[in-house]
Write a new protein. Structure first.
Length: 293
C-alpha cells in the first residue's frame, strides 16, 4: 500500500470518523490473517488440537447431519454475500469502503463456527505410508503455498478489505487499483489457482477418514458451484476477453497436453493481454480471489 504522509497520520488520529472505520478494517484484516491458516491446517489435520479428524466423537449419523449443515452454512454465506445483488444491498447500508471488510468478518465467523462445531467421523478409508504418503503430504503443503501466492498476486490488501479503507479514510483518495486480467505466475496454468490450492489442502491426505472425505467432498462441491456461478458473472461482464482466456487456460489443474499444444496468445486490438480488463477468480469462494474492482 502507499506510504502515509505525516500530516495525514496526525489528521487520521485526531478524526474519529476516519480512525474508527480504518481500525475496523484493520481488525478484519488481522482476523482473516488468523482464519486462513486455521482453515488450511484444520483441513490437513496438522498442528491444531482440533482438526477435521480429531476431536470429541458423537454418533455417526448425528455427525453427518451436523457436518452437512455446517457445509451448507459455509456455502450459503460465501455465495450469497458474493452475489452482485447482495453487494448492492449491503453498500446501501455500510460505506462502500467497508463492504469488503464486512464480507471478511462474516467469512471468518463462519469458518470459526465450521471448525469448532465440526464432528469427526473417524472410520479410516486409507492410510498410505512410504514415498506415496510423503508425496501426498508434500502436495498438501504445495496447496498451502499456492493459496498464499494466489492472494499476493491478486493484491493481498485489497482482497482482505484493507486497501479500500486505507485509501478512503487515511489517504482520502479514490481507489486507483486497476481491474485487469491477471495472467502472471500460476494464472498462466490455471484460471483459479487459489481454488487449486484449497483443493489440494482438502484432498492431499496420506490418511483419509469418512469425516475427512465428507469435508473434502462437501467443500469441493461448493467450490465447483460457486466458481460456475462466478464465471457466469464474468462472462456477462467481460464477454469475449474472459471467454478467450477460459478457452486457453483450464479452471483448476493444468493440462500437460494443452500446454504442449498452446500457442502464444494474440493481443486484442493491439493491446497486450496483461491490459485486458477482466477478473480471474471466483468472488463466491473463500476470501474471494477476484481482482480488484
Amino acid at each position: 500500500m502507499d506510504l502515509i504522509p505525516g500530516p495525514q497520520i496526525h489528521a487520521t488520529l485526531r478524526d474519529r470518523t476516519r480512525l474508527l472505520p480504518f481500525l475496523v478494517a484493520l481488525t478484519g484484516y488481522a482476523i482473516a490473517g488468523m482464519t486462513v491458516p486455521l482453515l488450511l491446517l484444520f483441513s490437513g489435520g496438522r498442528l491444531l488440537p482440533k482438526t477435521v479428524d480429531d476431536g470429541p466423537y458423537v454418533s455417526t449419523w448425528l455427525a453427518v447431519l451436523i457436518d452437512l449443515a455446517l457445509i451448507g452454512l459455509f456455502g450459503l454465506q460465501h455465495s450469497g454475500m458474493a452475489r452482485p445483488s447482495f453487494k448492492a444491498w449491503l453498500t446501501r447500508r455500510v460505506p462502500e469502503a467497508l463492504e469488503r471488510t464486512v464480507y471478511i468478518f462474516m467469512v471468518s465467523t463462519v469458518v470459526w463456527v465450521l471448525v469448532l462445531a465440526w464432528q469427526p467421523i473417524p472410520y479410516r478409508l486409507w492410510s498410505i505410508d512410504g514415498v506415496a504418503g510423503r508425496v501426498l503430504d508434500s502436495a498438501f503443503w504445495l496447496g498451502v503455498v499456492l493459496v498464499y501466492i494466489a492472494t499476493l498476486l491478486l493484491d493481498h490488501f485489497h482482497l482482505l478489505g484493507l486497501r479500500q479503507a486505507y485509501r478512503e479514510y487515511v489517504l482520502q483518495a479514490p481507489d486507483a487499483t486497476a481491474d485487469r486480467l491477471q495472467i502472471h505466475g500460476p494464472y498462466r496454468l490455471v484460471r483459479h489457482p487459489l481454488m487449486t490450492g484449497l483443493l489440494l489442502t482438502f484432498w492431499a491426505a496420506s490418511e483419509m477418514t469418512v469425516g475427512h472425505l465428507l469435508w473434502a467432498g462437501g467443500l469441493t462441491g461448493y467450490i465447483l458451484l460457486g466458481t460456475a456461478l462466478e464465471e457466469r458473472d464474468l462472462l456477462a461482464r467481460f464477454g469475449s476477453s474472459y471467454r478467450a482466456y477460459a478457452a486457453r487456460v483450464p479452471a483448476f489443474f493444468p493440462s500437460p497436453i494443452r500446454a504442449l499444444r498452446r500457442t502464444p496468445p494474440r493481443p486484442e486490438s493491439g493491446r497486450s493481454e496483461d491490459t485486458i480488463p477482466s477478473d480471474t477468480e471466483s468472488d463466491s469462494t473463500p476470501w474471494s480471489s477476484t481482482t480488484p474492482q
